[in-house]
Design a protein around this ligand. Structure first.
Ligand SMILES: [Zn+2]
Length: 137
């Protein structure tokens, strides 16, 4: 018997073998975004990013402080793909964070990373928009 993954969230599906989604909410999510994700490359990369995010979320969600030292090997075994991320963030020259949406990590050494939930202030995006607006004046 093969384990199938949900088309929406990419988690293994429990239950009947012919199911495509975990539940109705996953089915709705999938159908809502079907149009924009109809290009296979886009869909595949989106799936990787969502899986990366989900792996970090699963590790960090139970913790009160959303910070955890994790072995790279463990993340890889869970299906984490380090070369895919949505943002890079350099709070200073030494630290470099790689985010998948609001979850991310930074390198500690060759074996370990520090997984985190994004606690940055997000106003820099608005600041950037202001700059663009000003240019258009
Ligand atoms: Zn699902």
């Amino acid at each position: 018997m093969t384990v199938k993954n949900c088309l929406a969230c990419d988690r293994p599906i429990k239950g009947r073998i012919d199911k495509k989604f975990c539940d109705d909410s996953c089915r709705n999510n999938y159908n809502n975004r079907l149009n924009s994700y109809s290009i296979p490359l886009v869909r595949n990369i989106n799936n990787i990013l969502r899986r990366n995010r989900r792996i970090l979320e699963d590790l960090l969600a139970p913790l009160e402080r959303k910070v955890l030292v994790v072995e790279r090997q463990k993340l890889a075994e869970l299906g984490f793909q380090f070369q895919y991320f949505t943002e890079q963030y350099h709070p200073d020259k030494k630290e470099q964070y790689f985010y998948c949406y609001e979850y991310g990590y930074r390198s500690i050494d060759q074996e370990k990373v520090l997984a985190v939930k994004d606690t940055r202030k997000r106003h820099f995006i608005h600041k950037h928009n202001q700059v663009i607006t000003k240019r258009g004046e």
